[in-house]
Write a protein that binds this ligand. Structure first.
Ligand code: ZN
Length: 109
């Protein structure tokens, strides 16, 4: 793989796990692109199982924990296809706050 030797990828996986694992993945952009939180947001690309990242390590083809975080997300999804991808769920956002349904019910009459 482009992210270095298996040993260095294992090290990157350990670092990613310590920093929050797959929760480091902030957004999925589609087409194998993921936004991962590091010292800033990095863009990780996955093509045919090859991981690349636009951080300094990734550009030098060294395994980084950004790619490792995406890897963790992908294997978690494979293990639990029914599960929600990440912990990004917000039970109550402003738009869906309790009360709006009552307002609409009132308007109907
Ligand atoms: Zn990286």
């Amino acid at each position: 793989m482009t992210t270095g030797t298996k040993a260095s990828f294992t090290k990157a996986l350990r670092k990613a796990s310590g920093l929050g694992g797959m929760t480091l993945v902030r957004r999925e952009l589609g087409n194998g692109l993921y936004v991962v939180q590091g010292s800033r947001e990095y863009l990780v690309r996955v093509v045919d199982g090859e991981y690349s990242c636009d951080c300094a390590a990734g550009l030098a083809s060294i395994a980084c924990y950004h790619a490792a975080a995406v890897f963790l997300l992908i294997i978690a999804r494979r293990a639990m296809p029914e599960a929600q991808p990440t912990t990004h769920t917000a039970p109550w956002t402003e738009g869906s706050a309790p009360g709006s349904a009552e307002i609409f019910a009132g308007m109907r009459g």
